[in-house]
Design a protein around this ligand. Structure first.
Ligand SMILES: C[S@@+](CC[C@H](N)C(=O)[O-])C[C@H]1O[C@@H](n2cnc3c(N)ncnc32)[C@H](O)[C@@H]1O
Length: 294
């Protein structure tokens, strides 16, 4: 063995294993976000040509918990995930959410007064249907997506609607924003494409972005909508299988504990595909509040 297994390394690996098995969720500390996805992309670039010959991972020296998380990012980056740039490049492909309408739950929450227009951060905005809708209501919208073709489409949509949106093309983990400045963080379909080991970073990102008392809206796969992979299988297969389904218990375990509390959690209502709202019944619609102050 080229690397001596020190006590620290053994502990790190044990902690990661416990985290993967969902046994000991507080063992790993929040990671250094700056080193998150961007660093893993850099790692993958290094890994791409020579190192991955024969499907081999590079021989990375693992010492800290962050090293483990980056290793897992790299493992999954080679796992045939959705190529979002290609995905949005063909706008004519049949895809349920390739529509111009906003989510039915988002419209309902605003109509029912559960949300009021304000400052919004949309995570994984795709081709911008929800961002544009919110901006057209007078919201001050920042929207982030890592796909260039999605952002290009989203910019066109917002311009056509005369609804100004500030777009950033990058990973949500690399987005720049003023902490504690948003009334609403909204995510339709991005969270269920994130790897299990990045959930904690994601929850921290949402917490950091929101004002105390701000809202978090989520649309994500129900169990029947996702790949059916367990968290452990994600790593065994090095793939999310097209997105992870969530049970109500798991969503509540993550979002119904301090500093968040769940205000509404229901199945999304299936719409007829003709508009003017988007809805599919294999998705959840959840609204949580970030309790405050810090
Ligand atoms: C299922 S699509 C949903 C798009 C849009 N929210 C909608 O509902 O129409 C998921 C989106 O999340 C984006 N995405 C996935 N992982 C991301 C990440 N780490 N950072 C930023 N965007 C991400 C993808 O590029 C894609 O646009």
């Amino acid at each position: 063995m080229r690397v001596l297994l020190t006590d620290a390394l053994a502990l790190t690996l044990a902690a990661a294993h416990a985290e993967l098995l969902g046994l000991q969720r507080n063992v790993l500390q929040p990671t250094d976000r700056a080193r998150g996805f961007a660093a893993s992309h850099a790692l993958m670039q290094r890994a791409s040509a020579v190192d991955r010959i024969g499907g081999q991972m590079p021989d990375q020296f693992i010492y800290t918990s962050d090293d483990v998380l980056l290793m897992l990012d790299a493992l999954l980056a080679g796992g045939g995930g959705v190529r979002w740039d290609d995905f949005f490049a063909d706008r004519s492909k049949p895809c349920p959410f390739f529509v111009e309408w906003p989510d039915e739950n988002l419209v309902a929450w605003l109509d029912e007064g559960m949300l009021t227009p304000g400052r919004v951060l949309e995570l994984g905005c795709g081709h911008g249907r929800n961002a544009t809708y919110l901006a057209s209501l007078g919201c001050d919208v920042d929207a982030v997506d890592l796909s260039a073709s999605a952002i290009e489409w989203a910019r066109e949509r917002a311009k056509l609607a005369g609804a100004p949106v500030s777009f950033q093309r990058c990973s949500i983990f690399d987005a720049t924003f003023t902490a504690g400045s948003y009334d609403l963080v909204y995510d339709a379909g991005c969270f269920h494409h994130l790897a299990p080991h990045r959930r904690k970073d994601y929850a921290e990102l949402v917490r950091r972005a929101l004002k105390p008392g701000g809202s978090y809206g989520l649309v994500c796969f129900r169990p029947e909508g996702g790949s059916g992979y367990t968290d452990q299988q994600v790593y065994e297969r090095a793939s999310l299988g097209g997105g992870l389904g969530y049970t109500e218990d798991r969503l509540r375990a993550m979002w119904d504990k301090a500093p968040f509390s769940v205000r509404a959690l229901r199945q999304m209502k299936k719409t007829d595909g003709q508009g003017p709202r988007f809805g599919e019944d294999f998705l959840w619609a959840m609204l949580a509040v970030r309790e405050g102050p810090d």
